[in-house]
Design a protein around this ligand. Structure first.
Ligand code: ADP
Ligand code: ASP
Ligand code: MG
Length: 439
């Protein structure tokens, strides 16, 4: 045990000075919380702006030579108010002016967006009395923009040799040439995981605005139950399929060293939250599902051809057509004489006609059907393969909810049953499956 806990706080946990106070109480409550990873200030209320969104907007304005003065003022006000209300000894206006100048001079989108975390980190470090360590000094990317874990571990070790407690902003790091590079949206979760790995932490705490990972998105199922324990693998399936509590890439840095993640609620620190554990950890299997998640916006291309199963190379041809069009697929359920390609709508845009033409020409199918406006719903649970009746419950739940199933795929991981439904049936479908398991 290393006696180190890394605590990441999300945007809503740091949205205003009241939230900062809660964060301070949490951090100071346990001496092990040595490395703190903040996001940029998030929404204070439903219709509020996230600082990161405003920063991207400033960048877009600057690129088009449109004044971003008004937008920047909103950002400035948030930070100046924070610094004032928290009475921190830091000239935040000086840092803000520096950011504004850089954006005016054409700074990159990544640099601009990363300043949300940078400025928040400066304030939080001063407020907690922790050292501020710029993520650009310790999170290293390779030339091809993927994380350089080896270089990161080395840089972390050197930089932190004499640092006992630090605030390290989330969401960004540096390229080999020193320029700033961000992760994809929600990426402070990934930073937290990397810092946990580099510090060999005993626990990675991820503090947010819900009391853990819930069995379904609370915006769809209001009373969704919290999940007490979940494996990395199940979590990955759920977060990849749209449960955005934790960035889907957060488990990669810590999976092989088995650091558990604890999702906690900053507004209810007394709640235990969800513990995310190593895949091999024996957890008692309850005989039911772990969670449900889904996404809208897919197109299904269904290809039929008699005796497809005995035609060698059919699927290879299909997939190489997608590849040559620069399109990846999400799912590929298949039968004896048919195969479907499930593809994100966004990816297809103006490529669909071309892809269909090529399939006709190269694969000579009996028919091709295109189903746009589809949603996918994944029901996930470890041990699903060992329990009878799970899939029938999913399907009867959907039937009871009067939701048509357009496609079924049981992932090869055997912890996931995915169904395709119309976009319009998405929320109803998700609720129907939930009710089939929880009443
Ligand atoms: P943070 O700003 O702390 O990073 P996020 O907004 O990224 O927080 O993630 C937390 C939000 O994720 C919750 O407020 C909730 O609306 C949403 N969410 C979606 N699916 C789930 C789920 N299955 N369990 C809990 N929260 C979920
Ligand atoms: N602030 C960034 C975003 O809004 C990163 C994060 O919050 O994790 O995407
Ligand atoms: Mg998040």
């Amino acid at each position: 045990m290393s006696n180190i806990v890394v605590a990441k706080f999300g945007g809503s946990s740091l949205a205003d000075s009241d939230q900062f106070r809660k964060v301070k109480n949490i951090v100071l409550d346990d001496d092990k919380r040595r490395y703190i990873v903040p996001s940029a200030p998030g929404k204070r209320f439903k219709k509020d702006y996230k600082i990161t969104d405003l920063l991207y907007l400033c960048h877009a304005h600057a690129q088009n030579s449109i004044s971003f003065e008004d937008v920047f003022k909103l950002i400035e006000d948030r930070y100046v108010t924070l610094a004032k209300e928290l009475e921190v000894d830091i000239d935040i206006k000086k840092y803000l002016d520096e950011v504004k100048d850089k954006v005016e001079q054409g700074a990159s989108a990544d640099y601009t967006a990363s300043r949300g975390e940078y400025l928040n980190g400066l304030i939080l470090a001063a407020y907690l009395g922790y050292e501020f360590v710029d993520a650009a000094e310790v999170i290293c990317f390779k030339k091809h923009k993927t994380l350089d874990l080896k270089a990161t571990e080395k840089a972390f070790k050197e930089r932190m040799a004499n640092v006992k407690k630090a605030v390290i902003p989330g969401f960004y790091g540096a390229m080999p040439d020193g320029s700033i590079k961000t992760f994809t949206r929600g990426g402070s979760d990934v930073t937290g995981a990397i810092i946990a790995r580099c510090s060999q932490a005993e626990l990675y705490e991820n503090w947010t605005d819900v009391s853990g990972f819930l069995m379904a998105d609370p915006n769809i199922v209001e009373d969704a139950k919290p999940i007490e324990v979940i494996t990395y693998k199940e979590l990955r399936e759920l977060s990849y399929m749209g449960a955005k509590v934790l960035h889907e890439e957060s488990i990669f840095p810590i999976r092989d060293v088995c650091i558990p993640i604890n999702i906690r609620n900053t507004n209810k620190p007394e709640d235990k939250g969800t513990l995310i554990v190593d895949d091999n950890k024996p957890i008692s299997y309850s005989g039911t599902i772990t969670g449900i998640a889904g996404k809208k916006g897919f197109t299904v291309i269904a290809v039929q051809k008699m005796l497809m199963n005995s035609e060698q190379g059919f699927c290879r041809k299909l997939l190489s057509i997608l590849e040559s069009n620069g399109v990846s697929f999400e799912n590929m359920p298949s039968g004896i004489d048919s195969v479907s390609l499930v593809i994100e709508e966004e990816q297809l845009e103006d490529k669909l006609d071309n892809i269909l033409e090529e399939i006709k020409r190269q694969c000579n199918p009996d028919s091709i059907d295109v189903h746009p406006n589809m949603a996918l719903i994944a029901t996930v649970g470890k041990g699903m393969d060992r329990t009878k009746g799970i899939s029938s419950k999913v399907f009867s739940g959907l039937a009871k909810g009067d939701v048509n199933i357009r496609m079924i795929n049981q992932g090869s991981s055997e912890i996931n049953i995915t169904v395709g439904v119309e976009n319009d049936d998405f929320e109803k479908g998700l609720r129907s499956i939930y009710r089939a398991f929880v009443n």
